[in-house]
Design a binder for this molecule. Sequence first.
Ligand code: EPZ
Length: 432
Amino acid sequence: MYKFIIEGDRELNGSVRISGSKNAVLPILAATLLTNEQSVLHNVPDLADVKLMLEILEELGCKTSFANGTVVVKPIDISRTLASYELVSQMRASFCVLGPLLANRKRATVSLPGGCVIGVRPVDLHLKGMRELGAKIEIEHGYVHASADKLVGKRIFLGGNAGSTVTGTANVMMAAIFAEGTTIIEQAAPEPELESLAQFLTKMGAKIKGAGSHKIEIEGVENLTGTEFTIMPDRMEAATFAVAAAITHGDVTLTNVVPEHLFAVLEKLNEAGAEIDFSNNDEIRIIGKDIRPTDIVTFPYPGFPTDAQAPFVALLSVASGLSIVTDTIYPDRFMHVAEMNRMGANIRKQNNSAIITGVKALSGAPVMGSDLRATASLVLAGLVAKGTTEVHRIYHLDRGYEKMEVKLQKLGAQIERAEYTPRRRKSDRQAA
Ligand code: EPZ
């Protein structure tokens, strides 16, 4: 296993290029199943989640390659329609293969993804959309068995108790691509990653209007062709590095970004005292100043994103006052709080909020990652803490951040990746 060893209390300065978006490329990789021709994707980030999705596509009869940021997918054996528990249970987004398989291969057997540390992660809305299009859906032994000789377009309300669903909207949009007539998705997720998916599908020949809004209209077509496409920048990596600049009182320019994807995050960074400049249309400059407290509530796009919640808890843990951070999307997404308190933070979890009393300084400590964004927030805390911080289980980070330590080193951080063997309890050793 690997850990990060960080010597904290160093300003970050310079510029960093933001990689392609994990949450854009994953549904687009699933969408390559909608054609039997070759698809080519550029600016693909080198992430564990991308490699896992390529394994799932290979399990579904595709030939894939991935080199120098370019992925090539060529479906070969379209009789393969099983996405196994061993792969799907490792990454929820792989459930997005259901819609394309149903649409283009008329049947699918996809493992239910299960939950993770940030929440239960149900897929009831995904399945509701498929059934509304006319698919036969049965759940047995932890798998969704879906089939449909013909899908018929209709108006589908896809809102849930926590608002819209990002991958649910992607899944249903893809299932509707060849459906007879027109499908309208009401309370669709308006995230930019869905707009990007729709751009990819439109390049393949799909007829989609309204992606990026709460109402998406899909007019069924006969088939899709292969195409070439460049993945949009990762707005969550950008948010994470923006916090890294602010928390270390540094001066960092993010390049290859889309500022409008980050307005809610930049607004809160500004409220927290940072100086923000996005006069260049694909760059954002963040200058860290004294960190002020502020309150945050997460919402679906364009509201403050839940994926930036943990990084901002790190930032506000060293603000000059009291902040309250509430997550309305994932009420339990606070595994980072206990670890930050071990670094001297003063944070109380109360229902779906973190009550943060800012402290003058954090102290470096060994801490443990639990999920992608929580682990990133512990790295951010380590960058500002006095002394040495060891962040364990950074395999969580490698799922969604491309070469994070290399990018941070180039900005002046003292951070190394080191291999370690976790010490097992004596009882475990004796049992082995
Ligand atoms: C996407 O997950 C992102 N992942 C998540 O990013 C992100 O946190 C999340 O959207 C919210 O923005 C990808 O895009 C691959 P949802 P997704 O369906 O689609 C409830 C990261 O760190 N819900 O929008 O799985 C659900 O419980 C990851 O990069 C239902 O009730 O999230 C949640 O409360 C973590 N029924 C809310 O909706 C459903 O059928 C939003 O979930 C589906 C969802």
